[in-house]
Design a protein around this ligand. Structure first.
Ligand code: EPU
Length: 339
């Protein structure tokens, strides 16, 4: 069943809580719903469109003059299982953390470090969400999708997704070309817990026995202490990506700022902390119009209540320019900006 509405407010569909409207809003429960909608409503084929998951990584600047597709494709089913692992297919419209919770309950390892990340399962491969030393791609086996040009179905193997840091082919060369209908995960029954991340180590030390459930609890506790709850304060998690910098630049910065966090990465480059740069530039806790930089995590921009998308973007631009002037590093937004 599909359901088409006109002039719908998107306020409750984006975690920034920006009050904009979309001209059309189409809710679907299966790939077939989308195919039947377009075959019965051919004029809509030419509308500008956007596929909306949990809306937790989007910034709307103005009303959306087109068609928003809202996949409510549900279901979790075991595809195969042996004593070592289990393959599970999850509908794009399922809430990501509900799936993580099921995995932890069943004793399946792989996604526990990604506890409490907001959003739906369909957005997980697009962003290759990551936290506390783990990226979703390490548990993604394949992605089932519908081509939005010719409506053929395609299975993307893990390698065909071209995963990178907060990146995949669905954000680049195939942007807006596919509707992800479900994701197949491979979870481990025998696994090693990853608690290498500093903050996690000290948190888990307090929760006793090292197991999946306690690791999930530790992640939830850190996230709750640092990250604002979007149902209370509008935000989209990290606004910027952590930047990669050359050994030359990092050497110069380290001479000047011995405390700068630097993490060596593949190819000789180093990753530094955008939050650290923003804090060092004096932005932590600062307000601008109806937007502000979160006082507990400088990478997060919050909506103080009535902010427009433009105000949040303006604040992000001020930060970008200032960090660039101070450190010679141009931050890239992690949030998708919809103009
Ligand atoms: N730091 C500061 N000031 C701050 C916060 C952090 O200087 O206000 C420095 C500290 O040196 C700290 C380091 O930054 O040790 C790392 O901070 P944190 O552990 O909070 O992680 P992050 O690099 O800022 C990334 C992800 C988060 C994810 C955390 C935990 C990106 C863009 N962000 O943030 O993901 O939860 O690691 O793994 O990679 C998101 O993508 O929306 C998101 C919240």
């Amino acid at each position: 069943m599909f359901d088409l509405s006109h002039n719908v407010s998107l306020k409750k569909y984006n975690s920034f809580g920006i009050n904009v409207n979309t001209r059309y809003f189409l809710s679907i429960q299966s790939e077939d719903d989308l195919v039947s909608f377009f075959s019965q409503n051919k004029t809509f084929l030419h509308e500008k469109r956007l596929i909306l998951g949990g809306g937790s990584n989007l910034l709307f600047l103005r009303d959306f003059q087109g068609l928003i597709v809202y996949p409510q494709i549900k279901g979790m089913k075991i595809i195969s299982e042996d004593e070592d692992s289990v393959e599970v297919e999850v509908g794009a419209g399922e809430i990501w953390d509900d799936f993580v919770s099921v995995c932890v309950e069943k004793g399946w390892g792989g996604v526990e470090n990604l506890s409490l990340i907001p959003g739906t399962v369909g957005a997980v491969p697009v962003q290759n969400i990551g936290a506390y030393g783990v990226e979703a791609e390490s548990s993604i086996l394949r992605v089932n999708a519908l081509n939005l040009q010719n409506f053929s179905r395609r299975i993307f193997t893990h390698d065909e997704c071209h995963f990178g840091y907060r990146n995949s082919c669905f954000k680049n060369q195939l942007k807006d070309m596919y509707l992800i209908s479900s994701v197949v995960f491979l979870l481990k029954k025998k696994f090693a817990l990853n608690f290498s991340y500093g903050a996690l180590q000290s948190e888990i030390g307090q929760s006793g026995e090292l197991n999946l459930k306690n690791l999930r609890l530790a992640v939830i506790s850190i996230r709750k202490s640092k990250l604002p709850d979007p149902s209370i304060i509008g935000n989209a998690g990290s606004f910027f990506k952590n930047p990669f910098i050359s050994p030359e630049i990092s050497g110069k910065l380290r001479d000047q700022y011995p405390q700068i966090p630097l993490y060596p990465c593949e190819g000789g480059v180093l990753k530094t902390s955008a939050a650290w740069l923003i804090e060092k530039a004096g932005w932590k806790g600062k307000s601008y119009k109806n937007a502000a930089v979160h006082d507990k995590q400088a990478l997060i921009i919050v909506n103080k209540g009535q902010a427009s998308g433009e105000e949040i973007l303006e604040l992000s631009e001020l930060i970008r320019r200032n960090v660039n002037a101070k450190f010679g590093i141009l931050l890239e937004p992690e949030v998708n900006i919809i103009g």
